[in-house]
Ligand binder design. Structure first.
Ligand SMILES: Cc1ncc(COP(=O)(O)O)c(C=O)c1O
Length: 360
């Protein structure tokens, strides 16, 4: 190590960077195609693009002013949308920031953070940043969480459990009884409902009963503003006040705030887009159901995890990329024959189905 690394916090100096998605230009360069030929089905983004009423709301903003530290307008609008009191809501720069804030608030070096693999990679990434011990308990063959195995790893040093519902990439929901079994341990349980607007399923009602429950939501997917980075947490007023106290003061920028206000003002149209994406996912399911060599796991999100019988994920990924279609592959061995495909527009779904028929 050079001298500079010697000065760094040791766990930070050797942290593995997060592998997110490449820009379309980069995907095109690697595949030897034109950027406009790229079909991005690799990040569960909204394929309909930016919603025009949101884009319109981004003009003439007071960009010279700092945003409101208390997020008053934003939290009031979120309160109306979620039907939860303002005191129970805080916004973050994407759900990602909320995950990071929860680590900062609850987890000290060496303490346990628990998730259930395969799952969203940011829980482990943020746990590593906190120099925590990430314990990833394997899911069973239907991707449900394994409560006895989880209870076994929960000890004095365990602080927080992260459970996505629907889970990314497997698409299944967390059951209420499993959530309660973990909430009853007294640990903080973050139920990540980033895909709520697609699943229509929430455990928000448990907030009345549990002060240790955090519900995480996002505007990245259904509202199509992944690029503006806004998510939020709903939890007990006590927990939320602590998150407000420790967050970066101006974490939500003026554009993000304006975009969310516009999205909520026109939520019906955006929710219609979300349900059309669910329709496209179902079309994909039907088509795959008739193909040989590929199957899918039931999903409640805007994505589908598919398993190839005759190809490795790597081969299938490369085959789809030749058609300009980019999906998500994973490094975990349990997923080495699987790819996650985001729901696209009807035209993109047609292209995906045609390409799959050739690639499987
Ligand atoms: C399960 C889950 N949680 C959280 C996020 C983070 O979303 P964002 O930070 O864009 O709000 C994602 C994004 O893919 C996700 O899949």
């Amino acid at each position: 190590m050079s001298q500079l690394e010697d000065l760094m916090r040791p766990h930070m100096a050797k942290i593995a960077s997060y592998h997110g998605v490449d820009p379309s230009v980069e995907l095109a360069r690697k595949a030897g195609i034109k950027p406009e030929e790229v079909i991005r089905l690799n990040a569960n983004e909204n394929p309909y693009g930016a919603f025009d009423k949101i884009t319109d709301a981004l003009t003439n903003l007071d960009l010279h002013l700092y945003p409101d530290i208390q997020q008053r307008k934003l939290r009031a609008a979120l309160s109306e949308y979620t039907n939860q009191p303002v005191e129970r809501i805080v916004a973050g720069a994407g759900g990602d920031e909320i995950i990071d804030l929860l680590m900062r608030l609850f987890v000290e070096r060496g303490q346990k953070v628990i998730d259930c693999k395969p799952t969203f990679g940011m829980y482990a990434f943020s746990a590593n940043m906190a120099d925590a011990e990430i314990v990833s308990v394997p899911r069973n063959s239907s991707w449900d969480i394994d409560i006895p195995a989880m209870l076994e790893v929960i000890d004095e040093s365990a602080r927080i459990v992260f459970l996505a519902s629907p889970n990314n990439p497997t698409g299944n929901l967390l059951t209420e009884s499993d959530a309660c079994a973990l909430l009853d341990t007294g640990l903080v349980v973050c139920v990540d409902e980033t895909y709520y607007e697609f699943s229509g399923s929430t455990l928000c009602h448990l907030l009345e009963e549990y002060e240790n429950l955090v519900i995480l939501r996002s505007f990245s997917k259904w509202a199509g503003i992944a690029g503006l980075r806004v998510g939020y947490a709903i939890a007990s007023a006590n927990l939320i006040q602590h998150l407000l106290d420790i967050k970066q003061p101006y974490n939500i920028n003026i554009a993000g705030e304006a975009a969310v206000l516009a999205a909520l003002e026109h939520k019906e149209e955006l929710l219609e887009r979300a349900s059309s994406l669910v329709e496209q996912r179902k079309r994909l399911e039907d088509a795959i159901g008739e193909m040989e060599g590929i199957s899918y796991y039931p999903s409640e999100g805007n994505f589908l995890l598919c398993r190839f019988d005759r190809r490795t994920a790597e081969e299938a990924y490369a085959g789809l990329a030749e058609h300009g279609i980019f999906v998500r592959k994973f490094s975990q061995s349990v997923l080495d024959a699987s790819l996650r495909m985001s729901a696209g527009t009807p035209e993109q779904t047609d292209r995906l189905i045609d390409a799959l028929r050739i690639v499987v």
